[in-house]
Design a protein around this ligand. Structure first.
Ligand code: PNS
Length: 190
């Protein structure tokens, strides 16, 4: 069974990655589909988000990353997927997600929406929360993968995020690197 995990992923968080990882154990294939939405002003371009997600999921052999526009169910049908995968963090998500699932059902009876309860530790986490923290100079190292944290700091032109008093895992940097965060990480891994 093929599952589509649709979303904006601006940027992808550890909460999204938790759903992808667990989804990849349930489905033959998980396609992480980034919506190309001309009505939104994203922090990262679609291409950047594709790279960020591909790099974050490189250890998962049955996970693919793609983009789409238009209706999610049409994209799912085009990819011969049977499932739309979504994470549920709280009751507040449930209302909108249920409405979306019902709407999608009216558009295609062939596609089922499957919800995974987000792991407890990520129940508060969203891309918006990550951006808000970073915008005001806080550390997001405990909320997104390291290469994405670097991308975010670079976006906000931030040299040294404040140390997170709880995780104390922030990586203060002396200067903004000249190479891209992705290149830096690949070098570190090589
Ligand atoms: O990460 P998000 O922003 O919560 O994802 C929302 C998304 C992309 C899944 C949803 O907006 C969507 O499916 N958009 C495509 C348009 C569509 O199919 N609309 C009908 C369902 S309401």
């Amino acid at each position: 069974m093929i599952a589509i995990y649709p979303g904006s992923f601006d940027p992808i968080t550890l909460g999204h990655l938790d759903i992808i990882q667990r989804g990849s154990r349930l489905f033959e294939r998980v396609i992480v589909a980034v919506l190309r939405n001309p009505n939104k002003m994203p922090l990262f371009s679609v291409q950047q988000r594709l790279e960020q997600i591909s790099f974050s999921t490189r250890h998962l052999a049955n996970v693919e990353v793609d983009t789409f526009d238009g209706l999610t169910v049409n994209y799912a049908q085009m990819r011969q997927a049977q499932v739309l995968l979504r994470g549920l963090r709280a009751v507040s998500d449930f209302e909108i997600e249920l409405q979306m699932a019902h709407t999608n059902k009216t558009l295609s009876t062939q596609i089922e929406t499957v919800f995974l309860a987000t792991s407890n530790e990520y129940s508060f986490l969203s891309s918006s929360v990550v951006k808000e923290i970073a915008r005001f100079g806080g550390s997001v190292d405990h909320l997104v993968p390291p290469h994405i944290a670097l991308d975010i700091y670079q976006c906000y032109n931030q040299n040294s995020p404040m140390l997170n008093p709880i995780t104390t895992e922030a990586m203060p940097r002396k200067s903004i690197p000249t190479e891209s965060p992705m290149e830096m990480l690949r070098e570190q891994e090589a």
